[in-house]
Design a protein around this ligand. Structure first.
Ligand code: ANZ
Ligand code: ZN
Length: 843
């Protein structure tokens, strides 16, 4: 008797699929509805790991599912193959990053061929191919033309270990996202993409993704963009012609300003200090040195002891005319708002901490005990309401700022207004007086895209001494990377490309004079910001992508990937999509309509790593259990969003289940033309209940429930084979066929082999899902009892899911019940659906 042998089955079907290429989506005449299912493409850092097995397993369930539902499904694969790890490996081993990268791609590809996700291999791409990065350069030029790519001097995040700049998004709690080193600041001229122009749209469009993206990702993006709504207020400075603007979310507290603070590392602070006494200058310079060592998080912390320097200068409150001392303190950031603030210590905790540390005045201007609902006191002329009642706590004593809502006091004409009304009124007054008005600020910064490293896309700009920045003409793209041979790739703070003499020195495309190429390369997040569009035209060397193809396939219907990309990659792709929309290349504004974040694969409760010695290698698992058992184990472990602890799951159990399923197909003795209705009724009902339920479960990502139901169905089928009508029962064949079709989602080799055992041609992946027979879905029934005054008067069968109202109606209309009630009055009815109705009467 034939036995289930996963290795033999893999060896049998892999070449068949390779020849059939059943998942190529290249037929323009195919007019089925379309779905685009995409996994975040892998970085080729070695062989595939268990995390890949999980994510690609889940993505494939969805892709295979939609195919069975009659859709033309695009499920492509490529590699995110530029980046630092290749370069670092190359430096360490003295090899070419290119070789390292493409060897790893070959390795991962071979593993994928065994793991068998239903990829359309004809669209394979690698971002490090000139055929790909040519279009990165094209994209850069499009942004440049629009003024969305620009160069500026600025203080940038600098990783001293990788010797390269980092985008804000790549600084995690003050440390380098890649190597963990503490990030410092450095003044450099760098290329940026103007993401901040899109801040409002990036924020507001998140509402469209509510319900289809994980809530935590939406929240992380909202916080990252960090829109703040308030006002700008301009303050005149003694001894300075130009007034200084500050940004505040609390213009209502303007009467409570008692000093002003500027960021020590701002140009303004330097200038103000330069106009002060030599003692102040010296103190300021020493302070500035210290400040440069602190991270942004440290500086903003309310826990930290407040430090600062009085600059000996004064500003004037625009509404009260009061004289305000100006301080430099590091809790104010140079890069946010205007780098200067109006300090309101009574109502802002950091200002209060500072005021207490340096004994500065504190003035309460909002009575936080006053109710804010109800009538607003009428203000008539000079007849202002009473000032602050003495019952309010004094923040200077308590150390607690009064941050809540309330009504204004000590605020001249604004007294009595609620905080929110006052915010509006004061903002209006500022605008009218020409000294400020409504303003917004964002935490989001422009995207710094230049990198001082070799293994990336060269920036297609030429610097000419007479013409300045000159874009490389489109017909000269790609600007190919020079050979790594002969270049010193070791990080040294400037790009290794600068040393490639033949490459860097060129004629200016504009004047023909001697000029130099920009020697930085692009952040690899540029590569991945639009790759989902390149898949649509992967083999078209005349354009980045065909807008008509994008119109057909995009946006991506289902995206699958890790939550570690919640901000970086997902924010950048959303931005580039909106830019391409504005440029008229795509007709949608969001790239990924639905997002599934798979959990992590852990071992013994913690993340796997070589150093911890708890690494489970994908290759060895694949060898030991085979692709199908691994895929089933991943799907069965729990909801896909949850972490999987590999120590708690059983690939052996999955293998046994697959063998049981396979043996059912082997044992079927009826032919494909059996009459279904002659089959065992109970088994048929179970099969059709499964057919009815499985689609909804898959669409809700309840893969584990589908597998559990399949296990039950296989067991029930085995019972009929062993003790019922036997292997010739049509219901056994029907169940076996449904199991094979369903296993296609989770265990494609086993499914294909079962399909053949059942007498069909490959491939089961293209077989359409069957509709459940409604007549086999009739509900289970139970017996309901009706009592009148505690005595049973009637019994009847009702659907197990009957509602209370319906059951009560049935009870009241029962002839036996009506007879028993007679002409008495019903005083109480208790319904316990589906089993009991109790009616109480009185004469
Ligand atoms: C006066 C005030 C009174 C403020 C009050 C708050 C409460 P978000 O919500 O983050 O935008 N601020 C402005 N620029 C700053 C900078 N460069 N560095 C540090 N802090 C800065 O916060 C805006 C508030 O943060 C602003 O409103 C300002 O303090 C401060 F009862 O102005 B506020
Ligand atoms: Zn020139």
């Amino acid at each position: 008797e034939a036995r289930y042998d996963f290795a033999a089955i893999q060896d049998k079907w892999a070449p068949v699929w390779e020849a059939l290429q059943p998942f190529a989506t290249d037929d323009p005449a195919d007019n089925r509805p379309r779905k685009y299912v995409l996994d975040m493409f892998p970085y080729p850092s070695g062989d595939l790991h268990m995390g890949h097995a999980e994510a690609f397993g889940f993505g494939d369930i969805v892709a295979r599912y939609w195919r069975q539902q009659g859709f033309n499904v695009l499920h492509p694969i490529g590699w995110d193959s530029f980046g630092l790890p290749a370069e670092n490996a190359a430096i360490k081993r003295g090899i070419d990053p290119r070789g390292w990268t493409y060897d790893n791609i070959a390795q991962q590809k071979a593993s994928f061929k065994i793991y068998a996700p239903s990829f359309d291999w004809s669209r394979e791409l690698h971002t490090s191919d000139p055929e790909y990065y040519k279009w990165n350069q094209w994209l850069f030029l499009k942004l440049y033309e629009k003024g969305l790519a620009y160069r500026k001097d600025g203080s940038v995040n600098w990783c001293p270990n990788d010797q390269t700049v980092l985008a804000n998004e790549q600084v995690i709690d003050g440390h380098c996202e890649r190597c963990g080193f503490l990030v410092t600041k450095k003044k450099l001229t760098q290329w940026y993409f103007r993401v901040t122009d899109y801040a409002d749209r990036l924020l507001d469009d998140l509402n469209q993704l509510e319900g289809t993206w994980p809530t935590r990702v939406l929240t992380m993006q909202r916080n990252w963009i960090g829109r703040s709504v308030g006002a700008d207020v301009s303050f005149t400075i003694e001894g300075r012609d130009e007034p200084v603007s500050v940004y505040t979310t609390r213009p209502d507290t303007l009467y409570g300003v008692t000093f002003m603070v500027v960021a020590p590392d701002s140009d303004l602070a330097q200038e103000l200090a330069a106009g002060a006494s030599p003692e102040v200058q010296a103190e300021f310079n020493a302070y500035l040195e210290k400040v440069r060592g602190a991270t942004e998080i440290e500086r903003l912390s309310t826990e930290r002891e407040k430090t600062g320097v009085f600059l000996g200068r004064y500003a004037k409150n625009p509404l009260t005319g009061e004289r305000l001392p100006i301080w430099a303190a590091d809790y104010v950031l140079a890069e946010y708002g205007h780098g200067a603030i109006m300090a309101v210590p009574a109502h802002d905790q950091r200002d209060l901490d500072f005021a207490r540390a340096f004994d500065l005045p504190v003035k309460v201007v909002v009575d936080v005990n006053a109710p804010v609902t109800g009538a607003i006191p009428v203000i008539t002329g000079d007849d202002e309401p009473e000032d602050l009642p003495p019952v309010l706590p004094d923040p200077k004593q308590t150390g607690e700022a009064l941050t809540g809502a309330g009504r204004l006091v000590n605020s001249g004409p604004f007294n009595g207004l609620s905080k929110n009304t006052a915010i509006t009124k004061v903002t209006e007054a500022l605008a009218q007086a020409g000294i400020g008005g409504a303003a917004r600020n964002y935490r989001l910064r422009d995207w710094l895209i230049s990198r001082q490293r070799y293994w990336g896309t060269p920036i297609p700009i030429i610097h000419c001494p007479s013409c300045g920045e000159v874009p490389v003409p489109e017909d000269q793209l790609p600007v190919k990377l020079p050979d790594a041979a002969g270049l010193d790739l070791r990080p040294k703070g400037s790009s290794p490309l600068g040393a490639a003499e033949d490459w860097v020195n060129v004629d200016c495309p504009s004047c023909g004079g001697p000029a130099k190429r920009d020697s930085d390369t692009m952040d690899t997040f540029v590569d991945s910001s639009w790759y989902f569009l390149r898949f649509l035209s992967a083999n078209d060397d005349t354009r980045a992508f065909d807008p008509a193809e994008a119109g057909k396939w995009a946006p991506v219907d289902q995206y699958v990937g890790g939550v570690e990309h919640a901000i970086l990659h997902l924010l950048y792709s959303r931005f580039i999509t909106k830019v391409l929309f504005d440029l008229g290349y795509v007709d949608f504004t969001e790239p990924f309509m639905s997002l599934l974040n798979q959990g992590q694969v852990l071992m013994d409760g913690s993340a796997m790593s070589k150093s911890k010695g708890n690494l489970v290698e994908f290759a060895s698992q694949l060898k030991e259990y085979g692709a199908d058992a691994l895929r089933v184990t991943m799907a069965f472990a729990g909801p896909p969003e949850d972490d999987i602890d590999w120590a708690d799951v059983s690939a052996t159990g999955s293998s046994k289940f697959l063998a049981r399923a396979w043996r059912i197909a082997r044992d079927v003795t009826s032919s494909p033309d059996v009459i279904w209705k002659d089959g065992d009724l109970a088994l048929r009902k179970q099969t059709h209940r499964f057919l009815a339920d499985a689609p909804g479960l898959v669409e809700a990502f309840k893969f584990n429930v589908v597998v559990a139901r399949l296990i039950e169905l296989v067991n029930a089928t085995r019972k009929v084979i062993d003790s019922g009508a036997g292997p010739a029962d049509p219901a056994v064949r029907e169940a076996a066929e449904v199991v094979a079709m369903s296993l296609n989602l989770f265990a494609p080799y086993t499914a294909e082999d079962m399909w053949q055992l059942l007498g069909y041609e490959p491939t089961v992946a293209n077989v359409q899902w069957r509709k459940a027979d409604r007549t086999l879905l009739v509900e289970d029934t139970v017996t309901a009892i009706v009592q009148v005054n505690g005595k049973v008067r009637d019994k009847f069968e009702v659907p197990a899911k009957i509602g209370a109202d319906e059951l009560e109606q049935l009870a009241r209309s029962s002839a036996a019940v009506q007879r028993s009630v007679g002409d008495q009055q019903i005083v109480n009815v208790i319904v316990r659906a589906p089993k009991l109705v109790n009616i109480a009467t009185k004469p």
